[in-house]
Design a protein around this ligand. Structure first.
Ligand code: GAL
Length: 419
């Protein structure tokens, strides 16, 4: 049958379909993000549902790839073709880079109406503004320096949760002897960098971390302390398994969930996977500050930056920004995502014990000076510097013959080349 020859009923039905489609599409947002693992997708869905409940359409622009490198490449090509999405998961100093290109739209109306200036801690609010105007909204605060563990595997190996790097290596040996992978890891540049920055923090403390990975001080980058941290970092390979190259972070988490591996050093998006698997914090899985980093909190704040859009799309975009900081979203999203709310005024009693500890650690370290931005997660330096550091870290970690001294030298060069 000719596809165009439709009965009046079919025609009317498809017309109605087209009409309702076009009205649903009239005010909609397209949102780019990389929340594609089990826990992340559950979290992202909260925002989609809240937007739809207010009558707005949601165009999901999910680009898989932990750490968001692929998502950022796709975003750049969309923006270059003059067709950016309404909002995108852009974080830290990179928000300034997009702002400087003149591509971001402001949210000052929503921010004022909702009192963002009083709701948000200054550390968080500052990141969201470009040229004094809000151009992004924070969805959460992730802590990066966590250790996750399967208590049954620890017990089978007769070890407790390690609190220092020495204890981690000792426990690792016992776990290996008991027949398990001590440390689940995925060999991808951003995961290598995540573990590296945590080891650096444990080895050298927060002041040194800042000098090296935030201020890019060549003396710190090339120092004996850096060389020691690099060596310890590489030694962690002895706790990992041979199948790690290319493995996604959530697959590494599932090794801990399934009891194939004992532990994982990863930010608390890993908790989203434990939660999605129906597990209970403190019972079915354990969380602790990464060994040697008890007094520090490496923060990674996810945010949605808003592109300059007009008309109904802008209306929908402003609604999105408003919803993101409302308690309903902050609570539901962060419970699924593993993070804590971006606004500190919410009741945390319904959150799991790891989230409660994270919030307490955030408050304490903010007071005592232990709060540091994550280099691996785009909070410390601009994207070009981050990329150059990733290259050094991952090449060093994956090249048996590359010495720590040489890697430290390359780090100095990498930071200088892009300054
Ligand atoms: C981080 C991001 C988190 C999580 C993680 C793994 O950079 O902030 O939200 O998605 O990557 O993809």
């Amino acid at each position: 049958m000719n596809a165009f020859k439709k009965t009046p009923f079919v025609l009317a039905a498809s017309l109605a379909g087209a009409l309702s489609l076009s009205s649903a599409h009239a005010a909609e947002v397209e949102v780019l993000h990389w929340w594609t693992s089990g826990g992340e997708a559950r979290a992202a869905n909260v925002l989609k549902e809240l937007m739809e409940a207010e009558g707005y359409g949601w165009q999901d622009f999910a680009v898989a790839g932990g750490g968001g490198e692929t998502a950022m490449t796709v975003l750049k090509s969309r923006a270059m073709s003059g067709n950016p999405p309404s909002a995108a998961q852009i974080k830290g100093p990179e928000i300034q880079e997009w702002g400087e290109l003149g591509l971001l739209g402001e949210l000052d109306g929503v921010a004022e109406a909702e009192g963002w200036d009083t709701l948000l801690p200054p550390t968080v609010a500052d990141i969201m503004r470009h040229d004094g105007q809000y151009v992004a909204v924070p969805v959460n605060v992730h802590r990066v320096n966590w250790l996750w563990a399967n208590p049954e595997v620890l017990e089978a190996a007769g070890v407790a949760m390690p609190t220092t790097l020495d204890e981690l290596f000792a426990a690792g040996e016992a776990i290996r002897e008991a027949g398990y992978v001590p440390l689940a890891h995925g060999g991808q540049a951003w995961q290598d960098a995540t573990v590296f920055e945590t080891v650096l923090l444990a080895t050298a403390g927060t002041d040194f971390y800042r000098q090296a990975l935030v201020e890019l001080d060549p003396e710190a980058l090339g120092s004996a302390t850096m060389i020691e941290a690099l060596e310890t970092f590489k030694r962690l390979r002895t706790l990992m398994d041979d199948d790690m190259p290319g493995r996604d972070w959530n697959i590494a988490t599932s090794m801990v969930i399934n009891g194939d591996a004992a532990m994982q050093l990863m930010g608390d998006w890993a908790k989203g996977e434990f939660t999605a698997a129906g597990l209970t914090a403190g019972v079915d899985y354990l969380c602790a500050a990464a060994p040697g980093t008890q007094d520090a909190f490496t923060f990674n704040i996810d945010s949605l930056a808003m592109f300059r859009v007009e008309g109904e799309e802008r209306e929908a975009q402003q609604a999105l920004a408003r919803l993101v900081l409302e308690p309903t979203f902050q609570e539901a999203f962060n419970k699924a995502k593993g993070s804590i709310p971006a606004r500190p005024d919410l009741d945390m009693s319904e959150f799991d014990t790891c989230a409660q500890r994270s919030q307490e650690a955030f408050r304490q370290t903010a007071e005592q000076g232990g709060l540091v931005p994550s280099m691996a997660h785009g909070m410390a330096v601009r994207a070009d510097v981050q990329g150059a550091l990733f290259d050094v870290v991952t090449n060093y970690f994956n090249s048996p013959d590359l010495e720590a001294e040489e890697a430290a030298r390359r780090m100095v060069n990498a930071a200088q080349a892009v300054l």
